[in-house]
Design a protein around this ligand. Sequence first.
Ligand code: M6R
Length: 609
Amino acid sequence: MCGIFGGIMKDGNVAPIIHQALKRLEYRGYDSVGEATIYGEKLYIKKDCGKIDEVHKIHNLDSLPGNIGIGHTRWATHGAPSEINAHPHIDCGGQIAIVHNGIIENFAELKLELENKGHIFKSRTDTEVIAHLIEEAYKNNPSIRLADAVLETVRKLEGSYAIAVISSREPNKIVCARNESPLVLGLGENALYCASDIPAFLPLTNKAVIIEDGELVTLSLEGYEIRKIADSSIVTRAPKIIDWTPEMAVKQGYPHFMLKEIHEQPACLRNTLRLQEHYLDLMTTFLDRAREVFLVACGTSYHACLAASYMFSKLAFLATYPVIASEFIEQHGKSVNIESTILAVSQSGETADTLAAVNAARQRAATILGLTNVVGSTLTRVSRVYIIQQSGPEIGVAATKTFTSQLSVLAQLALRLAKKRGKISQDEMDFLEAKLKQIPDIVAKIIEKQEENVKAVAKKYRDAKVFFFLGRGISTATAYEGRLKLIEIAYVPAIAFPAGESKHGPISLVEQGFPVVFICPKDETHRTIIGNIMEMKARGATIIAIIEEGDEEVKKLADDYIEVPKGVPDVLSPIPFVIPLQLLAYYMAVEKGHNPDVPKNLAKSVTVK
Ligand code: M6R
């Protein structure tokens, strides 16, 4: 996730406006920043890695001349944070500058083609191909308009993008386009803006036009023109008046970052399906070779590991050991060795307990693999191979979108490993891959259809003193995660167990009205979980069930139920089934008057042991 901005003004210098807009977009990424402007038919650029204030201090971003320009604040996906990889990117001739938010899936093929045609690339980003493709369009047709050159270019791109382009060949225009990454226009008095989101220009204008997927826009001082990328047809869309307060604006109208991040999950999950095959394959090879594999993490990331241990076992017949990082050294520190592989999972890549476990294992020559959300984090530096999960910055202390993204990446690894080991047929592989592709839409549907329902459930149980979360099989991980969310932001004590274990002790707590949340996908565990529900009901428990649509059997037993679409294979089920639990924790916290974004005593990144 990155932030892009473009501005064209009748009078005055645009650079300070871009700078301030980027500050308002900084929550979307903050590892590098850059601006490009045009003045006197010449392109000017300043960019570097570091936070906006740091880069501004060194380079004085505001000193760029001209009334038209673009800017970018980066959250690295392809290529580490560095001056060269910072946006804007330019073509060989230094006439075209581009900023981009998204992932170009086919950049490697395009880059090769362009290199064969003589283009010289400077960065390791996927974005740079766009600048060279536009240059190529000009080469093929010197009289082409910038808008048409960009149109030709975006038709060749696969993946997600919101881009803004300027060219000294047509110094009075900004061309922007969108596919699966957000883009909005701001209409000022004597100025026009394009941005990743509304807060970027809200202090300047509250008149906005939302750009949709598959649209290209040309901005000039005369106004804006929207066209469809597919057939170049003109689109007419009236502006909207935005009445957000500045605080609401940063959260895009959501009351809290946590809710915004829950809603971002379909987009983040789509990003996980665009990971570079090369890294997935490389990690799969290491997992395949390993004599023993430890999945090491803390908190929510540990729950992703727990779910992954079921995925690896069921799909690839690989036994893995999920270990809470703070226990790793005590439990395995003496036995871990050169033949051991540690897959460390950490959203931040900076969690002290996880890094301590990794360092102990490294000292004993174990192979370290990393899954993280933060390029350049310590975990990436100590890992032999690492994968960036592409969730974008997560501000809410409670992990939500980063959890489901971790699950998606781990499922892809398990599937690849299964294929490599010949453990599943091509038909099964195709089926599971197709299901994985449907997951973002399934998650979107759950949020759309069930949010109000979950809100009502949260209201009903707001005074409950304690909760049970029970699941079987892979849903045990979902139950643990539902419990953690509720504890950490709603401050409600909660207990989670594999449902089969509850009769070995925890059931003694149950009395009339005791709320028990059951995770009930219609997988092999369904029959037995019904038995567990009966056991709880017999002792007076109140049952809240997360079920598949149309699961009449559990519906009859439950006091309240939340439905998720049917047909999700068990190995993928934690992704959709955790969504209602995230919403439940969120609305319970809100009902109780707590701010879910900043739970007491907690930090987003726990850098002490
Ligand atoms: O950055 P990490 O994934 O390593 O963080 C691990 C835990 O600190 C984190 O998941 C924590 O439990 C969250 N607050 C859970 O919502």
